[in-house]
Design a protein around this ligand. Structure first.
Ligand SMILES: *Cc1c(COP(=O)(O)O)cnc(C)c1O
Length: 244
């Protein structure tokens, strides 16, 4: 059963309270942490309920699935759509046309493609650079588990910085699904260190945003400096995978 407006409202408040508690405990301002509600694999009725519960920021992994949802709620003002999944180049147009944010920019090739599409449309896109700090071979993101190789990331980032339609706002990571909570927290800490490393060497960039933490581990991510947490199931309930 999809969750009701009331159930979603309660879950959302509970998450907000946990964010507030965690932030205050570690000396951070709760208002500098925003929640992207991950609606992938959720039907339209759940998103409609979430909108009624006051949610305006949604994260999606699959552009085609997202476009149907974006079109369905087009008339509602101030909804933000965040692309958080790996982007295949043939779907890039959909992101250029429909999304406000892209958390999952993970290659120079995709950056170049996006720049071309955005330039044609005279649009700008806020992007986060995705890094794989967990060292798992099958994952997306620039490999960044070995700190000794961080400097090698700089030339590609400088290239992306030259693309006028991409606005680099920070970094994103997704720990390996097998990571324990403690390991995940270590990866979040590493992403923040990587951010500090890159920020120091690329002072003309503003790498303020750290997108990290899901339902399973967002308090740990906040302790390590997350400014955006991507939370699905803890707010919207279990996903319906039967629709693929
Ligand atoms: C699905 C997903 C999330 C949210 O996971 P939940 O367990 O539903 O909170 C966050 N980030 C990414 C990249 C995802 O694919």
């Amino acid at each position: 059963m999809p969750l009701s407006v009331e159930e979603i409202r309660i879950n959302y408040l509970r998450v907000q309270e946990e964010i507030q508690r965690t932030a205050l405990k570690c000396g951070r301002k709760p208002e500098e942490i925003r929640v992207v509600v991950v609606s992938k694999s959720q039907p339209l009725e759940v998103i409609e309920a979430a909108i009624k519960a006051g949610i305006r920021s949604f994260g999606e992994n699959y552009p085609e699935e997202a476009v149907d949802k974006i079109n369905a709620f087009r008339q509602i003002e101030s909804i933000e759509w965040h692309m958080i999944g790996h982007l295949q180049s043939r779907k890039a147009k959909l992101v250029a046309d429909y999304f406000n944010w892209m958390h999952s920019l993970d290659s120079l090739r995709i950056a170049e493609k996006m720049e071309g599409l955005l330039a044609e449309r005279n649009k700008h896109l806020k992007v986060l650079l995705e890094f794989n700090v967990g060292g798992e071979v099958s994952k997306f993101g620039w490999p960044a588990s070995d700190q000794n190789h961080w400097a090698e990331l700089i030339p590609e980032i400088e290239q992306i910085q030259r693309y006028p339609h991409l606005q680099i706002c920070g970094l994103m990571t997704m720990p390996p699904l097998t990571a324990t909570l403690q390991e995940a927290q270590g990866y979040f800490r590493k992403l923040r260190k990587l951010r500090d490393f890159l920020q120091e060497r690329l002072p003309s960039l503003n790498l303020h945003e750290l997108s990290m933490g899901t339902s399973a581990d967002y308090p740990a991510a906040i302790i390590e400096g997350a400014t955006m947490v991507r939370i699905g199931q803890a707010i919207l309930g279990p996903r319906d995978y039967s629709k693929g």
